[in-house]
Design a protein around this ligand. Sequence first.
Ligand SMILES: NC(=O)c1ccc[n+]([C@@H]2O[C@H](COP(=O)([O-])OP(=O)(O)OC[C@H]3O[C@@H](n4cnc5c(N)ncnc54)[C@H](OP(=O)(O)O)[C@@H]3O)[C@@H](O)[C@H]2O)c1
Length: 439
Amino acid sequence: MSDGEKPLKVAVLGCGSVGSQVVRLLEEQADDLGARIGAPLELVGVAVRRIDAPREVEVPAGLLTTDAMGLATRDDVDLVIEVIGGIEPARSLILAALKHGASVVTANKALLAEDGATLYAAADKAAGGEGRDLYYEAAVAGAIPILRPLRESLAGDRVTRVLGIVNGTTNFILDKMDTSGAGFTEALEEAQELGYAEADPTADVEGFDAAAKAAILASLAFHTRVTAADVYREGISDVTAADVASAREMGSVVKLLAIAELNDGAVSVRVHPAMIPRSHPLASVREAYNAVFVESEAAGQLMFYGPGAGGSPTASAVLGDLVTVARHRLAGTRGAGESSYADREVLPMGETLTRYAVAIDVDDRAGVLAAVATAFAEHGVSIKTVRQEGRGEDAQLVVVSHQATDAQLDATVEALRGMDIVRAVSSVMRVEGESDEHG
Ligand SMILES: NC(=O)c1ccc[n+]([C@@H]2O[C@H](COP(=O)([O-])OP(=O)(O)OC[C@H]3O[C@@H](n4cnc5c(N)ncnc54)[C@H](OP(=O)(O)O)[C@@H]3O)[C@@H](O)[C@H]2O)c1
């Protein structure tokens, strides 16, 4: 970089957990960033809601402003980083920044999953049709590089399935339940005490956060527009200690998975708890870590692992994007825009092929096994394994099915619940991560 190189001007919108770390790294690594880009970066403003709030970073004097729109649309700003979060005003700010010719980096999964298409269209139209970059690596799985691998590294392959542990709070809770035998409420309380769960944990434990990420992963993996509303979602608040124990007996562990896969050419995208075998690479993802497991035709199986949240890890992904879009600005080019050419159908959950493990408390008498098997057969579901446990009052059957549609499996469980010989269906859990040649 020559001393006289004109700086690229950067505006940061938001200075909370992520924004404060972005500002810190921009200052601390200014020389390296400038050298890597080929021009220095100059931070020209940081937009916040409250000027006087305590901050984790000392923002250089005069840079804080409450006028986010004024900052995002300044004529001299080249690069805008949006780390406010939520739908509004983030969407209006990003659209205005693009319209004014800035390139945009954002960590905003909620907005991308709800209305990514509008943002992409604005990026295409920006700068009089020249187009500008819209990058958002930090929106899924924090520091873990996963969107660029899907968008670029795997652009020559055919992805068939993405399985992700993309929410640290729920992974922490399920890991606690698995290792200590705790129930959901107890494990949630511990997560809250340790700062892994919010005081209102709904967005995490009910799977909303993971569903937004699943939509983004599915869109990129299958070149199809998928929004959060397309994602079938079940959280973990109904997962019981008995479910976790039942999985353990089967050599499996319960994880909240974001799943995007091809079912006969259509896309199935969903978030729900599922059992995976302990031998599966995702089973080794402990505590609040995240991982995304990708299967593709030519590459085979790939796993991306690391910290999925936190100010500093997330800021690492934001700055990686910033370097890329800054390089593009200098070269007068831009990266790939939206790729939705495949336009695949998104399957309703009922039509999605899946597998269930069902633990059934039954009367301990002759003919029970046959009656249970008949209930499965009547709904077109074939059985992969049956294990019988206990005797008398404690008699239990654990049935693992082959693949069937979720509707068939659901109807089977309903039928089991109505049978005289069935005292209770004590656990129902979907099964993932095993091959199922039969289905
Ligand atoms: N935290 C993580 O670990 C993580 C991980 C991955 C992705 N993300 C994403 O990163 C984004 C930011 O998350 P965060 O955790 O950093 O949020 P945060 O801590 O709540 O910070 C939000 C910031 O935005 C500012 N803000 C809010 N409304 C504003 C407005 N109308 N105008 C100007 N500034 C406004 C706030 O100002 P004040 O400080 O004055 O209140 C605050 O500085 C979100 O999209 C989130 O999903 C976060």
